[in-house]
Design a protein around this ligand. Structure first.
Ligand code: PGA
Length: 128
């Protein structure tokens, strides 16, 4: 982190069909994201860390409770931005967890980005 920049807590999650899009987004904003504190569900985090070299705190895989772990962090006030590229065109066994995560993120009124367009806009709107 440089100077007086505010370090943001950013959670990254992508369903399998959306992982390439999230990886592209992270690569596009790599320099900015390198100054933030990143966490992710297990598979998403492993992919991002491997492909970008960024430090990412990894929780469990989404279907194994990772979404709920991140939801818990949100309820503790420890996440500023949820970047969640969820897939509305595929069924997911952990759909209740997905709904719980989106619900708690809305309850706590944190920033939520569900695709590249919103994620670009949210990041652009964040103070450096
Ligand atoms: P994953 O979980 O990063 O472990 O694939 C994402 C999800 O399905 O919620």
């Amino acid at each position: 982190m440089r100077g007086s920049q505010v370090k943001r807590q950013i959670a990254l999650i992508a369903h399998d069909n959306k992982k390439p899009a999230l990886l592209d987004w992270v690569k596009k904003h790599r320099a900015r994201l390198a100054d933030q504190s990143l966490c992710a569900t297990g598979t998403t985090g492993a992919l991002i860390a491997r492909e970008t070299g960024l430090r990412v705190r990894r929780f469990k895989s989404g279907p194994l409770g990772g979404d709920l772990q991140i939801g818990g962090r949100i309820s503790e006030g420890k996440i500023d931005l949820l970047v969640f590229f969820w897939d509305p065109l595929s069924p997911h066994p952990h759909d209740p967890d997905v709904r719980a995560l989106l619900r708690v993120a809305t309850v706590y009124d944190i920033l939520i980005a569900t695709g590249p367009a919103t994620a670009d806009a949210v990041l652009a709107g964040m103070k450096p």
